[in-house]
Design a protein around this ligand. Structure first.
Ligand SMILES: [Zn+2]
Length: 476
């Protein structure tokens, strides 16, 4: 089996191939560290993690680079408002991000470079661009001369006329250099001259003191760690223009092409049918969801429920359904382990040295769906079909079945820790019965009866944890 993905650049499905003489280089535009990441950001990272897991299952040797943007307008403003040094301020948010990634069971990148740690490489790249006539200096800032790069706009399929309007209309940091004197409106900034509001945040350069633009860091960092050509470059679809277009222009103008063999873009996420925004208060973080009793593993599952090239409507109903689906997967894992005479712990340990069996016998359809443009909803459908209609399995086939099941859980990033915890807590039957009686009383709005049962349970050492439409029994 080989992984085929849609390539935004060629508009075709193409195989991701392991190069013969080096590692497969994967680059992903990482977060800007000025606050907690929200579910929209995490959709991209969870999808990228699934690709990485699949590539590993298919025996690829991967070098996975995901950068940290720790200097830009937002981080500088945030540090100033918090009256902190920029590095202290971003360090805090880097730690929050990494902790969230762990909670979502994302595999760590091979390298996670910070923009501020690669300033020299960024300056070197700018020097090459000036030397080759692709960049020019104006008032201490340096700009990329878009008209000097004939392929500009090929990734996002923009023609030159559209480019003018896109670059003037686009929001955010696409071209946030209006105050400078550019030759052409489409030209974008590589090095930003120092402004008083930057405070003590600046680096010396041949063009005076200042700081790098946002786009240049990815070109410099990918070159530093992956060389001239990246095999697979991924990111949210909103980065396609201008960020990725600018990365191509900078890298190919400086080092020659191709900069990237395969471009993968992940579609937007909506919350309850609405665009995410600060004003609507729907920039959901893992902490906000955990306060509402939704586990990170359910969030991860929900983010895999839709195909990555379609916008995903992230709803609380979807989260509830994800929690139920996960419980079913845990229960089936327990059943399977029991049937094959291994412990859940042993099944879990199978995931650490996993390579997909050459001939899949039981879950072939699941892996085929993933290999065909990472069709996660179809793969999950195949998985539940297997759970419902598991064929009779002869004893000699048990090891293969366990291996395939473990590989399937690895691909989805389900690590069985929660299943192990569920197994650890053995709740005696009378306690379970009373807890159910209490729940029924609560549903019937007989709160006095519910409260009385709760007290009896607490006296016998058990507490009840209610969520919106279910409950858990735990030891006190
Ligand atoms: Zn980038």
């Amino acid at each position: 089996m080989r992984l085929r993905l849609y390539n935004t650049y060629t508009r075709a499905y193409e195989e991701i191939q392991q190069p013969k003489d080096r590692k497969l280089g994967v680059y992903c535009c990482g977060p800007t560290v000025y606050g907690p990441a929200h579910v929209g950001n995490f959709r991209t990272y969870v999808i990228q993690d699934s690709v990485l897991r699949l590539l590993k299952l298919l025996s690829n040797d991967v070098c996975y680079v995901r950068n940290l943007t720790d200097v830009d307008d937002k981080t500088i403003r945030g540090a100033r408002d918090a009256q902190k040094a920029l590095s202290d301020y971003t360090q805090h948010w880097i730690e929050v991000f990494q902790k969230d990634c762990d909670r979502l069971n994302l595999l760590p990148p091979t390298v996670e470079p910070r923009a501020t740690a690669t300033i020299e490489a960024q300056q070197d790249l700018i020097k090459i661009l000036i030397q080759k006539g692709h960049a020019y200096e104006r008032g201490g800032s340096v700009y990329f001369k878009v008209s000097s790069f004939k392929d500009y706009g090929r990734l996002s399929h923009l023609d030159a006329r559209k480019l003018e309007t896109q670059s003037t209309n686009s929001a955010g940091r696409s071209n946030d250099a209006d105050e400078y004197d550019r030759d052409q409106v489409a030209d974008f900034v590589l090095w930003k001259a120092y402004k008083p509001e930057d405070g003590d945040i600046f680096w010396n350069s041949p063009w005076g003191k200042g700081r790098p633009g946002w786009h240049i860091e990815c070109s410099a960092m990918s070159h530093e760690y992956l060389g001239k050509t990246v095999d697979l470059h991924t990111g949210g679809v909103d980065l396609c223009f201008p960020h990725h277009e600018n990365e191509i222009a900078q890298s190919e103008a400086a080092y020659g092409g191709p900069f990237v063999r395969h471009w993968m873009h992940i579609a937007h996420l909506k919350v309850e049918g609405q665009k995410m925004s600060k004003s609507l208060g729907n920039l959901l973080t893992l902490d906000m969801l955990q306060d509402r009793q939704y586990t990170p593993s359910a969030v991860r599952y929900a983010l895999l429920a839709g195909h990555y090239r379609q916008p995903l409507n992230f709803t609380f109903d979807l989260l509830k359904a994800s929690q139920v689906a996960l419980q079913k997967i845990h229960a089936f894992s327990q059943k399977l382990a029991q049937m094959c005479n291994v412990s859940l712990e042993q099944l879990k340990s199978l995931q650490t040295t996993i390579v997909l069996p050459k001939e899949c016998r039981f879950l072939k359809a699941f892996f085929e769906a993933l290999c065909e443009d990472l069709n996660t909803p179809k793969a999950l459908g195949c998985l539940f079909l297997f759970i419902r209609k598991m064929p009779t399995v002869e004893v000699p086939m048990f090891p293969l079945l366990l291996k395939e099941w473990a590989a399937c859980l690895y691909a989805l990033g389900i690590d069985l820790n929660e299943a192990l915890q569920e197994e650890e807590v053995h709740v005696p039957l009378p306690v379970r019965r009373m807890a159910e009686q209490r729940w029924q009383a609560k549903l019937a709005r007989d709160f006095k009866a519910a409260d009385d049962i709760r007290k009896i349970l607490e006296e016998s050492g058990w507490k009840i944890l209610d969520s919106k439409d279910s409950y858990k029994v735990l030891p006190l």
